[in-house]
Design a protein around this ligand. Sequence first.
Ligand code: NAP
Length: 244
Amino acid sequence: MQNATKRVALVTGANKGIGFEVARLLGKAGCTVLLGARSAERGREAASQLQAEELDVLFIELDLLRAETAWHAAANVARDFERLDILVNNAGITAPGDGPPSAASLDDVRRILETNFLGTLAVTQAMLPLLRRSAAGRIVNVSSELGSITNHGDPGWKYASVRLIGYSASKAAMNMLTAQLAAELRDTSIRVNSANPGYTATDLNQHRGHQTVQQGAAEAVRLSLLPADGPTGGFFETGGSLAW
Ligand code: NAP
């Protein structure tokens, strides 16, 4: 049995990019961090990098396309920690065949939705009983401003020309998960929010983003560590909130 006072945080897709930095910052904030990755090799390597920084980080296998890994991970967390305090649904993909609604590859759109939305839903369902056992559960869905339907209706918006129907729809669906789950859990101490990292240099965009991973991780970390009177059912980025 582990230390019962330390918060236990699980971050999906944490072997690199924004998720890796979220894991590092939650470790620095004093959490026990379960570093989720679909590849045991990449996950163990990333966890050992953070362990070398003297952070309390353990690899946990989690593949959003294999729901059984989520149920298996939940059983392991129940056995080792009895509860989960923070779930950061960070793992996500884009795909080369994504594009405007008139032309995007259906296979690629399906793969994106299965990963970013259905995979996130599967992990959330598997972990929810453990989050209910926390005194102050926090769920953070790492979304994107590209998932804002309001923004896509504004021709003057800075990303108005970015039409990726699969990716944007997956993030809009994730935002619906945030809104509905927050409503479902309104009478509990669990807070559920979406975070927009902002355009961040990672493998996802061939490092074209203009922010660092530290900047990209900051809002997800803030929402992970919200106080008891913090918001729920919102969509936030550093410095403010976004329209759905
Ligand atoms: P990244 O560096 O490509 O990292 C993505 C992570 O997700 C990797 O750990 C990857 O694992 C993992 N992943 C992919 N498919 C998975 C699956 N089936 N099961 C489990 N893990 C899987 O990208 P990132 O930029 O850090 O993205 C993190 C999140 O931020 C994503 O949800 C993304 O949509 C969101 N976001 C990013 C930006 C940006 O500008 N970068 C902006 C807005 C939102 P592998 O290494 O095994 O592939």
